[in-house]
Design a protein around this ligand. Structure first.
Ligand code: NMX
Ligand code: MLT
Length: 472
């Protein structure tokens, strides 16, 4: 077994080197054939891909003409809400139950995915394995993936220099997305494409890029944090830690509860089916055969919008403004006044509502459970609990809000704030690190399944008016 594991890591190292040295590629392929490894994610995927390609072919040839519903004018004018138009294998969102990652709900992931300690929060590497293979990994598989990610985590120096060219108070998402763009120069997909790689092999350099990108985003993200808020004093990665814990550690937070929070945080923010702005953007850009770095940087720019990922920043800033005015023990009546003030000034109540969900987001619920377990007496947690009671009836009173319940962003800030990560403007970067896992996992499958260029049809208002006249 020891020998076997050594072999796996040797193959893994050889594979990384082989990407740079074509002469090594054949020997690596031979080694992979000789050793079918349970611990190696790449080998697992290689086995899975042909059967999924066949599955897609069959689906197309047998059911390609089946109708999935009607497109209405409302849908065209209403941000394509309710229009089924994307294939996204890694997760599926039910309006009432919330997200399932490859069929597993969040509580099921908490039970089935390996944790750092018995009964602890799931390790994000486990979720990455699940999203890519559809199978919950063993602890050994997760440990092997942790190790592989650590081995890919070195960020080239020019990336730091590129970030340093920005003003230190530039928004953290701008610095983060810029860092991701700078990482792009190492893209294996781009190099392979320039050399004329056959389309059947696209997924391989996409896999290389995706794993390196996932490995490196916490390093870039924590650099941005330390640059902005800790006088540029960078904390190096700790080789004994898993992915989530290492991220917390590099940010400067080492308490065992914060490490657990970060594992949970990264796991639950990773993927939310394909239609959300960041995932959809990543998928769209990647459909032009842009490499994972280009695609993920585009996704981050969508995540940086206040109706999407930036809502986590907006929630904490909103809460802090209430506390500033009324103190931590603000009454429910005062909270109501603040909510109406926000609405009457033409703003949204951040952290509430959703494009698909019609119940409380299970990502909110699991964060609430975390708070009840670890920080039940935190005054801001109490305030968030009061908002859970007070906001939904007010939003319902407006008569137009389809979902008055809280989403993931309504809760995350107070947990981070409790453990000392108080800089709200930084919060969306954490969301971004996590989302690399979901977007890149699907991107590997996009290439493996040979999904086409995305190019929906658009029309003008005049076209719609004429069409409707004729239809009438
Ligand atoms: N506060 C005030 N108004 C709202 C809210 C809210 N929280 N949610 C929806 N509405 C309004 C919405 O602006 C729209 O008004 P109008 O017709 O005047 O333009 C109306 O209600 C109908 O919107 P919905 O169909 O319910 O929601 P939609 O699918 O268009 O938008 C969100 C979904 C998430 C953009 C919206 O609920 C919102 O702006 N929420 C607050 C921001 C937020 O928390 N975003 C984070 C979402 C999760 N994430 O991480 O990405
Ligand atoms: C997400 O996690 O992407 C958000 O909840 C937004 C969405 O699903 O539309």
């Amino acid at each position: 077994m020891v020998f076997f594991r050594g072999g796996v890591s040797l193959i893994s190292k050889l594979r990384s080197r082989a990407v740079q040295q074509p002469s090594l590629r054949d020997s690596v392929r031979w080694l992979q054939v000789q050793t079918t490894s349970d611990l190696d994610l790449h080998s697992q995927l290689k086995e899975l891909i042909p059967e999924q390609q066949e599955r897609l072919k069959k689906l197309k040839s047998e059911h390609g003409k089946v109708q999935l519903g009607n497109i209405t004018v409302d849908m065209v004018l209403g941000g394509m809400r309710g229009m089924t138009g994307l294939l996204w294998e890694t997760s599926l969102l039910d309006p009432d139950e919330g997200i399932r990652f490859r069929g597993l709900s969040i509580p099921e992931c908490q039970k089935l995915l390996p944790a750092a300690k018995p009964g602890g929060e799931p390790l994000p590497e486990g979720l990455l394995w699940l999203l890519l293979t559809g199978k919950a990994p063993t602890k050994e598989q997760v440990d092997s993936l942790s190790k592989e990610l650590r081995s890919r985590a070195t960020v080239p120096d020019h990336v730091y220099k590129t970030i340093n060219a920005l003003p230190v108070n530039a928004h953290p998402m701008t610095q983060f997305a810029t860092g991701v763009m700078a990482l792009q120069v190492q893209s294996e997909f781009q190099k392979a494409y320039e050399k004329g790689i056959h389309k059947s092999k696209y997924w391989e350099p996409t896999y290389e890029d995706s794993l390196s990108l996932i490995a490196q985003v916490p390093v870039v993200a924590s650099y941005v944090y330390r640059r902005m808020y800790k006088n540029g004093q960078v904390i190096p990665m700790d080789d004994s830690l898993d992915y989530g814990a290492n991220f917390a550690h590099m940010l400067g937070f080492d308490s065992p509860d914060m490490l657990e929070l970060m594992r949970l945080y990264v796991t639950i923010h990773s993927d939310h089916e394909g239609g959300n702005v960041s995932a959809h953007t990543g998928h769209l850009v990647a459909s032009a055969l842009s490499d994972p770095y280009l695609s993920f940087a585009a996704a981050l720019n969508g995540l940086a919008g206040p109706l999407h990922g930036l809502a986590n920043q907006e929630v904490l800033l909103w809460i802090k403004s209430v506390v500033e005015e009324c103190g931590e023990n603000v009454s429910k009546e005062n909270l109501k006044d603040h909510i109406w003030k926000t609405l009457n000034s033409g703003k949204v109540v951040p952290g509430f509502g959703h494009g698909v969900l019609r119940q409380t987001d299970p990502r909110y619920t699991c964060q609430r459970e975390f708070a009840l377990k670890h920080l039940p007496d935190d005054p801001l947690f109490k305030l968030v609990s009061n908002l859970y009671e007070v906001v939904p009836p007010i939003l319902l009173e407006l008569g137009k809000v389809k979902n008055p319940w809280p989403n993931v962003d309504a809760h995350s800030g107070v947990l981070l704030n409790h453990y000392g990560l108080t800089e709200a403007r930084y919060y969306t970067v954490l969301f971004g690190v996590s989302r690399a896992i979901g977007i890149c996992s699907q991107l590997i499958w996009d290439r493996a399944l040979g999904l086409p260029l995305e190019r929906p049809k658009s029309v003008t208002m005049g076209w719609l008016e004429n069409y409707c006249k004729k239809a009438a």
